[in-house]
Design a protein around this ligand. Sequence first.
Ligand code: G3I
Length: 444
Amino acid sequence: MIPYKKIIMKKYCVYLSLIITTFFLSCDKNDDVDLDDNQISISFEIEISKENTLRVIANNTSVGSSGLTSYWQFTENGEQVPDIAGPEMYLYTASGEYLVTLTIEGPTGDIKKSQTIIITGEDYVPPALKDATDKFSVGMAVRSGRLSGKHNEVLMRDFNNLTAEYEMKMDQMFKSQDNIDFTAADAIVNYGVANNMDIHGHTLIWHNTVPDWMKNFSGTNAEFETMIENYITTVVKRYSGKVRSWDVINEAIDDGSNSLRNSIFKLKMGDDYVEKCYQFARNADPNVLLFYNDYNVAASDSKRAAIFSLVDGLKAKNLIDGLGAQLHISIDSPSKANIEAVVNGTISRGLLMHFSELDIRVNPNNDITTLTEEREIAQQNKVKEVVEIYDAMPDANKFAITIWGMRDNESWLPDFWGNPEWGLFYNSDFTAKKAHAGFLEALQ
Ligand code: G3I
């Protein structure tokens, strides 16, 4: 009989050898892992962009390298650009002869392929969006950390209006009842003033950006209302003469019921909180333009009707100057007629029209994983349609078209929809997409 201790050792050895065997067996079963390099055929295609002769589009066409890391170098020993699904774009800053290298990190070492490319293009810069019209301003949603370098170059070239994408909202500024932090907001406003840009304030009141501490406000409703009045007054007065317009309230209408959302503002200040907030803003600065801003204004007839009803109430008391239709749209909706319905309702009320957050989804059905030429052209056509509708308005109703972000890789859309999206006007290398051309075509 084998002593107990020896039995344990024997079993342990058996288990250990089983584990090792299993590991190698599993390795043998899976050919991808023990590929040797000659089963990987490295290749790539590269072409110079038709729109921009300083830009190349490179595509890894290697065989047998799936699951392996690969990267590009678009100049000799240059920065390593990760090779991700689909083509990579690279913008050269000057003409010249460049060595392009694709590297695959194979199981037994790097596999490389290089090709020399000759770039002869001029520094291609498309015509500026803001120069295409003097009837309305062209806006961009900005962040305080994106006001320099290439962001600044594009802003200075194409835009004469800016909106803070999130840093002028209550959850970012109203740190506590006694503390409003203007740091980021000041940076954005100062940049706009320094560059002689119109500044659109967004947004004083929004149920989605109530600071956490305010959700637990323990004072009376009257004290809450006084706090909100003080906040609106302080913020609007601070930027008087600098911020040209404000979204006083954003998205007050509930999509389903088409009535006022049961936000903390409604619950604590009453159904007339809307009128109160616009009155606070009007009192703080009689010269600043006051807007109401919402989404699905074009997409939903019933929501549009509810929004115009809210606007009519404010108009009757001279508490509103304009309507912001966000226009987070897609290549296939809303229809031209629905967008025109927004414009017509605004014109008939003698209000300014702000297409305030334009982006155009090209992947609404999540059926593509890379931006195709066909979808980019569809986006270009939708942008052209939107801008033509806007430009057909009487000049008295024109205010601005604002694009909700600069580069596709900076957009809120992919996170929100949970799938790849390319809703904006610029590629990740800051080159203009066809959407940019669509905007210009509408104004030619
Ligand atoms: O930059 C900070 C980062 O430093 C920090 O680590 C991180 C986690 O706290 O937050 C980052 O800030 C976030 C910011 O987006 C940048 O990503 C904010 O928390 C987040 O709230 C903010 O979301 C913005 C959202 O409004 C809420 O303010 C989106 O950028 C912005 O695109 C979105 O825009 C709204 C319009 O205002 C109204 N219409 C709908 C539109 C889309 O939701």
